[in-house]
Design a protein. Structure first.
Length: 50
C-alpha cells in the first residue's frame, strides 16, 4: 500500500501535477468517512449530507 503512495508522489513530482493532490486527499478522506460510517452510530448524520 505504501508503495502505491510512493509511486503516486513520484508521478505527481515528475509530471508537475501537484494540483491533483487536493483532489486525491479529498477523495481519500471522503472514502474513509463512508467506510467509517457504515457500521457506527454516525451513519444517520452522514446520510443527511446526501
Amino acid at each position: 500500500m505504501f508503495e502505491t503512495f510512493k509511486d503516486l508522489f513520484k508521478f505527481l513530482g515528475r509530471h508537475k501535477k501537484w494540483w491533483l493532490l487536493p483532489i486525491l486527499v479529498f477523495l481519500i478522506l471522503f472514502g474513509a468517512l463512508i467506510i467509517y460510517a457504515q457500521g457506527t452510530a454516525v451513519a444517520p448524520f452522514v446520510y443527511t449530507f446526501f
